[in-house]
Design a protein around this ligand. Structure first.
Ligand code: BDP
Length: 710
């Protein structure tokens, strides 16, 4: 409702709202007026909106009115008759005389400049009404990014079926690994009070093709499967439905015990299966288009089929069977490592899952994180990709920046995701990229997907910072098409979010493109990983080595001692490399030939190991950490050049974050090098210094109130 009122308000007072300060709430859907000359040109092709009415078409119409109203400073009215310059919304059910291409995907669309009833028009036709909505957003984005809307002939459809945000939101409002305030979901007051923001959330997602939302944390409470909570979820589902978004829930595997009073949750027990069947039936009476379950099982203390000596496939299939009659699916996570297993953590998921290839039901997807450890600033691609050809594998990225500086550090994640998606598994010879594994084309799978751990909270700007909105946006673009280029996404987002001013675009895009590498440099360069302080993962903690389980300790990952540093994952070490195809592993086998960005991930090398620069590794480490700090300082200076070119509210917010980032980058560099020097006992190369703070002093810095704790 609020959204509708807002639209009316914008239409009436668009000039007034344009003058308002910006707080980031509008995301990439700001719809600021285009220049008058160009606007006139666009207007001739947007004289009226001709459309039928379904809940989704109504949304498409509203968004076009809101968008064009802002961009062209006057919204075209809806009409039933085709006239010159009309935008005609067509579906197979109501094609308005337009020949919709045969076989157009349900979610696909065509945008074409053509003639209908003798009138020049723009048709936005969908394989169904949701395709029209996606087409409407694409059409608006053309104007937002100042492309022509003349002579259009665009056809597109998503390459992946499930494009899902995973909210790690607890029922008490805390967001695990959330840095943007508390949960959007007001579980306490739902279903009676339905926050008007849900409409805006849905519109933002639909604009980038996201079609699913898992509402609750993977570390799930069974309570979300009780009737009162299902009714709350249903209220959210009702808002999201017209935007083509389905609701999913994380399911706690022990729910039959927790809620049903059964003595076991053994997936092979008929009473357990019957409990889940009844639960699934109940869910679908409350949420008829419920998407399905996301499951974290036998991982970090969560219950699972392993508790009964059953496989992941047995657990997943039992749930899948309950959902199947209703068309639901299971996303079963492969993020597992055992508390009792001394095997290299990077190897454990593969060891547990790969042997079950081919055993999963056809409505199960195995959801795999991009790397084998845990969303680090840089990891090689997960060896499971391509290694289970008879299993539907989906990607899990983390949009929220648990390990990349929370929402205060500027790090555009798309280049990291692109690096993984374009990595070659060689599973079926050269060109078997991870993108081809997950889009189903490599092994002929039809059910495909990508999940992103959301970075959304109740902060006014949704993501905790303006630049973190780019990561939400980029996730949607990759889920739509995993072969998209990160630079192209950055440019579109910049134009839509900041400005089309060439100076702004040419300043922001390169800054974004280099930002993730800067984080790698000042946090975990040269293949290092998981040096973050323990628990909250805020700031450096390379010295941590005393925690109960080995893999909780950063020292486990870097293995630095007097002689050298790095994790030997070759044959002389854990041989995690053996989990990759020989061709994929080849460039990483020998330390001397390994891409230095992955060196210490795969190799333990002496401090005087000679790097490509000619420097010994120790010196290179110092230089690279320092470079990371310099890169952040450079970003700060670059940003300062935009003062006056963008609104002061967002300018200042970004500037404040960059100041924090610069300070923290320096802390990362100083603390890590101080610690590593205490181990390596080597002098710093000429020209480099440390502040003289001891490891003990760094260690004493504690942050009991860091946000997003697990
Ligand atoms: C880690 C997080 C933890 C999550 C876990 C997971 O630290 O909060 O529960 O991953 O993905 O990254 O299950």
């Amino acid at each position: 409702m609020l959204r509708r009122l807002l639209i009316a308000f914008c239409l009436l007072f668009s000039a007034a709202t344009a003058a308002n300060a910006e707080d980031g709430y509008d995301l990439w859907l700001r719809y600021k007026p285009v220049e008058a000359s160009q606007g006139a040109d666009y207007k001739t092709r947007a004289t009226a909106i001709v459309t039928g009415s379904t809940p989704t078409l109504d949304v498409a119409k509203r968004e076009l009115q809101r968008g064009l109203g802002g961009l062209l400073a006057a919204a075209p009215m809806t009409s039933n008759t085709i006239a010159d310059g009309a935008i005609v919304l067509a579906t197979p059910a109501d094609s308005r005389g337009f020949a919709i291409p045969v076989g157009l995907d349900r979610e696909g669309f065509v945008i074409r400049s053509t003639t209908l009833d003798g009138h020049p028009v723009t048709v936005i036709a969908g394989g169904s009404d949701i395709g029209v909505l996606y087409g409407a957003f694409r059409y608006l984005s053309l104007i937002q990014t100042q492309k022509s809307t003349a002579g259009l002939d665009i056809q597109d459809a998503p390459k992946l079926d499930l494009r899902v945000l995973d909210h790690w939101d607890n029922l008490d409002g805390h967001v695990e690994r959330g840095y943007a305030g508390t949960s959007l979901w007001d579980w306490w007051r739902l279903p009676d009070r339905v926050d008007a923001r849900y409409d805006d959330y849905a519109a933002a997602n639909a604009s980038i093709g996201i079609n699913g939302a898992v509402l609750n944390n993977v570390n799930a409470k069974a309570d979300s499967l009780t009737e009162p909570y299902l009714r709350k979820a249903a209220a959210i589902a009702n808002v999201l439905r017209p935007y083509g978004i389905k609701v999913y829930l994380s399911a706690r595997f022990s729910a039959p015990i927790d809620l049903g009073g059964l003595k076991t949750a053994d997936p092979e027990d008929p009473d357990v299966a019957a409990w889940w069947q009844a639960k699934a039936d109940e869910i679908y009476t409350i949420i008829p288009d419920f998407g399905g379950f996301l499951v974290k099982a036998n991982s970090e203390g969560q219950p699972g089929p392993g508790d009964y000596k059953r496989t992941h496939a047995q657990g997943a299939n039992m749930l899948a069977k309950a959902l199947k009659p209703h068309g639901g699916i299971v996303m079963w996570r492969a993020f597992v490592y055992s508390e009792h297993d001394a095997t290299d953590r990077a190897k454990q998921a593969y060891l547990e899952f790969q042997p079950t290839d081919g055993q999963f039901a056809d409505n199960v997807l195995v959801q795999i994180k991009n790397g084998a450890i845990d969303f680090q600033p840089r990891e090689p691609f997960h060896p499971l990709f391509g290694a289970m050809p008879r299993t539907q594998q989906m990607m899990e990225f983390q949009i929220t920046k648990e390990y990349l500086g929370f929402s205060t550090h500027l790090a555009y994640l798309a280049p990291m995701w692109e690096e993984v998606l374009q990595a070659d598994t060689f599973a079926k010879g050269k060109g078997s990229t991870v993108a081809k594994v997950i889009d189903g084309s490599l092994d002929g799978h039809t059910l495909t997907g990508m999940a992103g751990v959301a970075n959304i909270g109740d902060d006014r700007n949704w993501s905790g910072s303006d630049f973190d909105q780019a990561n939400w946006y980029a996730f949607g673009r990759f889920a739509w098409n995993p072969d998209t280029k990160s630079a192209e996404i950055a440019e579109d987002w910049t134009r839509m979010t900041w400005s089309n001013d060439p100076k702004v675009v040419s300043t922001i895009v390169p800054m974004m493109m280099g930002s993730r590498e800067a984080v790698v440099h000042y946090m975990t360069p040269l293949g290092l990983a998981h040096l973050m302080d323990t628990g909250h993962h805020y700031g450096p903690g390379p010295w941590v080595s005393e925690l109960g389980r080995p893999e909780w300790n950063p020292a486990y990952y870097h293995k630095a001692d007097l002689n050298g540093i790095g994790f030997d994952r070759t044959k002389t070490g854990s041989n995690a490399l053996g989990q990759y195809t020989p061709q994929a592993a080849k460039p990483w086998l020998e330390a001397k030939k390994t891409d230095e960005r992955f060196l210490l991930w795969f190799h333990h090398v002496p401090w005087d190991f000679k790097m490509k620069s000619g420097r010994p590794l120790w010196d290179e480490l110092v230089v690279t950490y320092s470079q990371g700090v310099d890169e952040v300082s450079a970003m700060r200076k670059t940003w300062a050049t935009l003062e006056g070119d963008i609104d002061s509210e967002r300018f200042n917010a970004v500037a404040a974050n960059l100041a924090i980032q610069e300070r923290e980058a320096q802390w990362w560099r100083d603390a890590c090098l101080t610690y590593f020097q205490s181990v390596s006992k080597r002098p710093l190369p000429a020209g480099y210094t440390l502040p003289g703070i001891t490891v003990e002093q760094y260690r004493k810095r504690v942050f009991p109130y860091a946000p997003g704790r697990g």
